[in-house]
Each structure stands twice: as structure tokens, then as C-alpha cells.
Write a protein that binds this ligand. Structure first.
Ligand SMILES: NC(=O)c1ccc[n+]([C@@H]2O[C@H](COP(=O)([O-])OP(=O)(O)OC[C@H]3O[C@@H](n4cnc5c(N)ncnc54)[C@H](OP(=O)(O)O)[C@@H]3O)[C@@H](O)[C@H]2O)c1
Length: 230
């Protein structure tokens, strides 16, 4: 049975990715830092769609990530797919010259360092897969090619740096498929109710990369199943 871990899967895009991959026959590890919300999400997905196991994981906390990797090792001898989905925008992230170090640090800790530390911790299990895949949920806000529009600078910079992590990991892990995805503007707690896309639309490219995309597609940034500029 194929296995996948999705971080921040208790709600939003991560929850939808978990639901769809369970329906496709994956054993889904539903990662969440909030045990109550994570257990509830895993129970719901397990009842309706297939095999889902709650996994407590706070991507901003090294000990939590290390414990989570040990827990998965007790249940499964391999991990096929890691979806680094957990992410935050911190209140007050609206003017580059006024952002304090703490806000910046907190944003980078979760959005950039988080995916790197989770990938590092789960690499031994991923290496045991025949076709390991790492998908990091980034944002068009992190693209450098069109310049910045000033919106949420710390968040956008954290996603630019996350894309750097993707490229470095793709080089370091040549047998893996490692990619970044922009889900578009999605109706979640983060995206708000006026966003243009449903969670199903936001999850589409992530689910495709996890299950159907060619294994030699690596080191790219994608939206709507197509490569986009960094
Ligand atoms: N929505 C959009 O328009 C949009 C656009 C581009 C990119 N994205 C990206 O898509 C991803 C998912 O966003 P979303 O829209 O689904 O947001 P969301 O509904 O706010 O969900 C974010 C998820 O990340 C979790 N999370 C945050 N910090 C965490 C940590 N330290 N450890 C573990 N989990 C943590 C949250 O857990 P709690 O419930 O405990 O807070 C929640 O499950 C993010 O990386 C985001 O940057 C979203």
C-alpha cells in the first residue's frame, strides 16, 4: 500500500489532499499539530475514504518532527510521498520595513525550515520507497520573476526560500521527485472566502504530483500541472 504524510492536514488544502489521496488507495498519515483537530480529520477521512492515521507533528519543532518520524517507523517500513503543506501568515506581515525580527523568524521557521526539517527527518523512510516524492506547497507570492507587489512580504520571502529548498533537495536526492506547487488563491482560513478557487481545485496539482506525475519530473515549480517560473 502506498503511504503519504501530509503536514497541516486537519483543515484547508492539506485536508483535501489527504481526503483525495485516501480515496485513491493511499494509507494517509494525517499530520497536525493540534491533536484534537488532527484526530477528528483522520477519523472522518478514514470513515469515508480509506485508510487514515493521525500523526501529531508541529513542523516548527524539531523534537515533535523527530518523534513523528519514529512513530511512522513503528507503523510503516517506508514512506512514498511527503506533502509539506503546513504554512502560516503572521498578523502584521504587511510592510517590509516595519516587520520585526520575531515575525520574520516565526514565518521562516514554519514555512521554510519546517519543510526542510520534515524532509530531513523522513528521508530514511522515503529512501525505502521505490519512487519517493516530496511536494512542498509554496505560493506564487514567492515568485521572483515578476517582482513583488508588497503583499505579505515575510510570507512571500518564506516561500521564495522554500523554492530554494526544493531546488537544493532535488539536487541532493536524485532518485526522488521533489517539487514546489502554487495551489492558486484558495478558499481556506488562510485564503479567505473571496478566493477564486475551491479546495478541490487547490489540491489538484498536489494530488497529481503525489500519484500520477512522471517520476523524472523534479526540481520544478508548478501550478495547474504545468511548470511556472521561479
Ligand atoms: N489558501 C491560499 O490561497 C494559498 C495560496 C498559496 C499557497 N497556500 C499554501 O497552502 C498551504 C495550506 O494553506 P491553507 O490555505 O490550507 O491554510 P489553512 O487553512 O490556514 O491551513 C494551514 C494548515 O497548516 C497548519 N500549520 C500551521 N503551522 C503549523 C505547524 N507549525 N505545524 C503543523 N501544522 C501547522 C495549520 O494547523 P492549525 O489548524 O493547527 O493552525 C493548518 O492545518 C500553506 O502552505 C499555504 O501557504 C495557500
Amino acid at each position: 500500500m502506498k503511504t503519504v504524510l501530509i503536514t497541516g492536514a486537519n483543515k484547508g488544502i492539506g485536508h483535501e489532499v489527504a481526503r483525495q489521496l485516501a480515496a485513491k488507495g493511499f494509507h494517509v498519515f494525517v499530520g497536525a499539530r493540534n491533536a484534537k483537530a488532527g484526530r477528528k480529520a483522520a477519523d472522518e477521512i478514514g470513515k469515508k475514504c480509506g485508510k487514515a492515521t493521525f500523526l501529531e507533528i508541529d513542523v516548527a519543532d524539531n523534537d515533535s518532527v523527530a518523534t513523528a518520524a519514529r512513530e511512522v517507523t513503528k507503523i510503516s517500513d517506508h514512506l512514498d510521498v511527503l506533502v509539506n503543506n503546513a504554512g502560516i501568515i503572521v498578523d502584521g506581515d504587511d510592510a517590509i520595513l516595519e516587520i520585526g525580527d520575531e515575525l520574520f523568524r516565526k514565518t521562516l521557521e514554519t514555512n521554510t525550515l519546517g519543510p526542510l526539517r520534515v524532509t530531513r527527518a523522513f528521508a530514511p523512510l522515503l529512501r525505502k520507497s521505490k519512487a519517493p516524492r516530496v511536494i512542498s506547497v509554496s505560493s506564487g507570492g514567492g515568485q521572483l520573476s515578476d517582482g513583488a507587489d508588497g503583499w505579505a512580504p515575510a510570507y512571500c520571502i518564506s516561500k521564495t526560500a522554500l523554492n530554494g529548498v526544493t531546488v537544493q533537495l532535488a539536487t541532493a536526492l536524485p532518485k526522488f521527485a521533489v517539487n514546489s506547487v502554487c495551489p492558486g488563491w484558495v478558499r481556506t482560513d488562510m485564503g479567505g472566502k473571496n478566493a477564486s478557487r475551491s479546495v478541490e481545485e487547490g489540491a489538484d496539482t498536489i494530488v497529481w504530483l503525489a500519484s500520477e506525475a512522471p517520476q523524472d519530473l523534479t526540481g520544478k515549480f508548478l501550478r495547474d500541472r504545468k511548470e511556472i517560473p521561479w
